[in-house]
Design a protein around this ligand. Structure first.
Ligand code: NIG
Ligand code: FE
Length: 403
């Protein structure tokens, strides 16, 4: 199967500092799931193609990548949203047994099929905005069986929707009730049982840790990361979201692909990201929903040329927002990112956050043929206009999706 796109205006998102790299009047050949040729319309090859798509008056970008979500869970936390609006803090609710634990109880009860069905609804929001790859974390099971159930549900979304899924084990999201006064023993269990089982079942690409006062400390985080690395998995962290514990430096020095949230990251932390090639993943949805006021150190990240990714962090507690378009807009309005930075954040830099920078996130020969066609004149519109369906169609592995 091959597909020829003609009269294409391509926003390549090739890495480098020089703008969007828009190329006009191009053709693109997609074959065997990859981008196999790009060139000027004047040099159009005269081979035979299965399908030809005229892209006049469209803009083509790489398929968007949402590199941080918690899409699989049961229940909702609208009640806690109300509690917070009546004065309770996120941390107080968590310490009172609500928060993440409320979702853990509901998720443990749910069947795998129920989890898939609920996640498909949320996923449809992301797909409507042009997402072709989504990262999904476990972390609402906190037992071997229920963490694997979440990861299996996440992987199976690929069977029900046109989407590519990257999975992350976040067993170190909260201390479960079974270990409430013995977090270290829960860490033993993660390292000795959950990580090896997830690896054995081939269900996991990355391991993540919530390194925070209401999560895990530095020593505990280090043990989980070391175990993940021993099994050849990549690592990433929920770090410096509510305070500065030094989790980002730890994760970066251990080779993390990304550290995420980082509102409280300081200069030393930024230097560690720069020195280790770690992506800073910004999550303005959680910042907004928690009414956080402490901004991530955007100017320092720019100064040290740390690649910035942007993601929905879709989850029931801090970011129930299934729209990457809304998040791109928030990246601009709340974090002062430029529309070019937000687009990099959901293409080339998001691919890097998932270790996929040599395959996805750019329009380049040899890369996966995952593309979006948009009914827009300029890429800045993707961060500017909220709610209008701008997407014309998605292409995944060289095939037009049935959205
Ligand atoms: O990314 N910070 C920790 N984890 C999630 C929130 C989880 C929840 O509240 O359910 C986050 O914000
Ligand atoms: Fe998260």
């Amino acid at each position: 199967m091959n597909l020829l796109l003609i009269n294409a205006s391509i926003v390549t998102m090739e890495t480098g500092d020089s703008g969007y790299q828009i190329q006009q009047d191009q053709f693109i050949v997609l074959s065997s799931g990859k981008i196999s040729q790009i060139g000027s319309m004047q040099d159009l090859p005269d081979s035979v193609f299965d399908h030809i798509l005229d892209c006049s008056s469209k803009l083509i970008t790489p398929g968007l990548i949402d590199c941080h979500t918690h899409l699989i869970f049961a229940g909702n936390r609208a009640g806690e949203f109300e509690q917070r609006l009546n004065g309770a803090t996120y941390q107080e609710i968590a310490r009172g047994g609500g928060g993440i634990m409320a979702t853990v109880h509901a998720t443990r009860e749910a069947s795998e099929q129920e989890l898939i069905e609920k996640a498909l609804k949320r996923l449809s929001g992301l797909i409507r905005d042009g997402v072709t790859t989504v990262e999904i974390k476990s972390g609402y099971g906190l037992t071997l069986a229920s963490e694997l159930k979440m990861l299996r549900a996440a992987k199976q979304l690929e069977l029900y929707a046109d989407i590519k899924v990257s999975t992350t084990l976040l067993a170190a999201h909260a201390v479960p009730p079974e270990y409430i006064s013995d977090a270290d023993s829960y860490i033993d269990y993660i390292c000795a049982s959950i990580i090896p089982a997830a690896v054995e079942a081939q269900l996991v690409d990355y391991v993540d840790v919530f390194c925070e006062g209401i999560g895990f400390n530095l020593a505990q985080s280090k043990r989980v990361f070391s175990s993940a690395l021993k099994y050849g998995l990549g690592i990433k962290g929920h770090t410096e979201q509510l305070s500065n514990l030094g989790g980002s430096i730890l994760a970066a020095e251990m080779g993390a692909s990304s550290v995420d949230h980082i509102e409280y990251l300081d200069q030393k932390g930024v230097e560690a990201l720069a020195a280790n090639g770690t992506v800073a993943t910004l999550l303005p949805g959680a910042f907004y929903f928690l009414r956080e006021t402490h901004l991530p150190p955007i100017d320092l990240l720019r100064k040290y040329k740390v690649p910035m990714a942007l993601a929905t962090d879709f989850n029931p507690g801090t970011s129930p927002i299934a729209s990457i378009a809304m998040i791109m807009n928030m990246g601009c309005t709340l974090f002062n990112l430029t529309p070019q930075e937000t687009l990099r954040g959901v293409t080339c830099n998001a691919a890097k956050a998932l270790g996929l920078e040599k395959q996805r996130g750019q329009i380049k020969v040899g890369f996966d043929a995952d593309l979006c066609l948009w009914n827009i004149d300029h890429p800045a519109q993707l961060s500017y206009e909220i709610g209008t369906p701008l997407l014309d169609l998605r292409i995944i592995n060289g095939e037009i999706c049935n959205d």
